[in-house]
Design a protein around this ligand. Structure first.
Ligand code: HEM
Length: 444
């Protein structure tokens, strides 16, 4: 049996370690004792091992477990071969489906023909311009009426807050509109019941004789898009699909945003670049807005930017992609390529946070004239590549630009001193201790 690991996944890596532990294997370059000794620093350790071994490592068991073989790679050419040219020969397999049994029956755990059918459905749901517009509008509302007033309050109080917690709550709410969440894994059953109830209400509403057909045509959401599809007629599959979408949106963006604000907090010049890009839009907004009304609270003192505003902003997008390059949240990508591969792709400064690397032309900063550089997905794996490429990528970029622009324009953000910012041992690249920030309202 040969397994293949595209490196980034701590959970997969730990599974590998445990799997191999059973027979105390002989590993060609990946030595088990060194893995155990470096558990606290596994991403960097593995990057070093891969760099030393030409970006690919073979691991195999001892006599007792000789059938176990792992091929661990971070080489972009291998990634292209596996994800694009020959993806049919590299299924995720039943072991993967068993690990992620909470997602049983949805595309994430499927292969072959059943996968392709669900993939087609996902592409049509997430590609519907009405859904995109509806998600954009609801997200903008949440940023304007929830996030910004919250930040204004903690700014006035001088109180620190956890950005990871805030981002997680916001995204949970945005994906399914079901309020705060705490123990996803432990609450497996509760979650199914909860999602089931919510979907029951949604089904009832779509079948009600009193429903407003015109309003329905304008309001599209992910769950309603599946309710009338015969492929999803089992309640359990519909529930799991809802959970899969929730995880896709909440955990990915919710994990990326804290790393983004961490990068900004330690790179103030990037903050200036983003504000430079936002300045003309904010100026035109101010010129067009009516005089402040006292009853309007924070809405009059903060500025928000719509997806149409932020779509052309390449420096902002580069700053987000640079975060995803260094800290991809998904379980099938690794945090860092091995240094030499990284160097050949991104240059000697590959470990630095430098959004300019994503731009060509212009002044290279937020001043304008630059264009986003195309980087093929087998080299920038944060959204996966080839047949399993994330179908929510453009929605994700749109939502992240909306919140990033609003926070960066309206607030100065700084890290609370003395905290250790480090990744958690998890299949998601979350921060172990969260990210404690303090904000101050900008006078603009
Ligand atoms: C920073 C944001 C995001 C990142 C980095 C990201 C990354 C990924 C990755 C790596 C996968 C492949 C998982 C796999 O099959 O192994 C994936 C799949 C998926 N993503 Fe995203 N994603 C993001 C946001 C979103 C959003 C906002 C949505 C929905 C609105 C979404 C919807 C999906 C769906 C439905 C799949 C499953 C696709 C399939 O099975 O073919 N993603 N995403």
């Amino acid at each position: 049996m040969a397994e293949l690991l595209i490196i980034s996944s701590l959970m997969m890596l730990l599974a590998l370690v445990l799997y191999l532990c059973i027979g105390w294997p002989i590993l060609s370059t990946l030595e088990l004792p060194s893995i155990v000794a470096n558990l606290h620093n596994l991403h960097d350790h593995l990057a070093g091992v891969l760099a030393a071994s030409g970006h690919t490592v073979m691991a195999r068991g001892t006599a007792a477990t000789s059938s176990i073989r792992f091929f661990i790679t971070c080489d972009p050419e291998n990634v292209r071969h596996i994800f694009t040219s020959n993806h049919g020969n590299y299924p995720k397999g039943h072991e993967f489906a068993e690990i992620f049994d909470i997602m049983a029956g949805v595309s994430f755990t499927l292969d072959g023909e059943p996968y392709l059918r669900l993939r087609a459905k996902m592409l049509s749901v997430l590609g519907d311009p009405r859904l995109v517009a509806s998600m954009a509008a609801s997200f903008l509302d949440k940023v304007r009426d929830g996030v910004l007033p919250f930040l204004a309050r903690v700014a006035t109080a001088g109180a620190p807050f956890d950005m990871q917690d805030l981002a997680g709550r916001l995204m949970f709410d945005v994906t399914l509109n079901i309020g705060p969440e705490r123990r996803l894994a432990a609450a497996h059953r509760v979650l199914h019941g909860f999602v089931g109830e919510m979907m029951g209400a949604r089904t009832k509403a779509t079948q009600s004789p009193h429903r407003d057909a015109d309003a329905d045509a304008d309001s599209v959401d992910i769950i309603s898009s599946h309710i009338n599809d015969p492929e999803y007629n089992g309640a359990a599959l519909l529930q799991t699909t809802a959970i899969a979408y929730m995880v896709s949106g909440r955990d990915t963006i919710g994990t990326t945003l804290p790393w983004f604000f961490y990068n900004l907090a330690v790179n103030p010049r990037v903050v200036s670049g983003i504000r430079e890009e936002l300045k003309p839009i904010a100026a035109s907004r101010r010129a067009a807005s009516p005089s402040p009304s006292p009853s309007n609270g924070d809405r009059t003192t903060t500025v928000t930017f719509s997806p149409e505003d932020t779509k052309p902003l390449v420096y902002l997008q580069a700053a987000l992609f640079e975060t995803l390059r260094l800290y991809p949240p998904g379980h099938m990508e690794r945090r860092r390529r091995s240094p030499t591969t990284m160097e050949s792709l991104w240059g000697k400064d590959c470990r630095e946070y430098r959004p300019e690397r994503w731009l060509t032309g212009g002044d290279g900063g937020g001043g304008g004239g630059a264009q986003l550089r195309h980087v093929p997905s087998h080299k920038f794996l944060a959204f996966n590549s080839g047949a399993r490429m994330c179908p929510g990528k453009s929605i994700a970029v749109m939502l992240m630009k909306t919140i990033a622009a609003a926070v960066v324009w309206n607030f100065d953000v700084e890290m609370v001193e003395g905290q250790a910012v480090e990744p958690k041992m998890s299949c998601l690249f979350q921060m172990k201790n969260g990210l404690m920030l303090k904000v101050q309202k900008r006078q603009i």
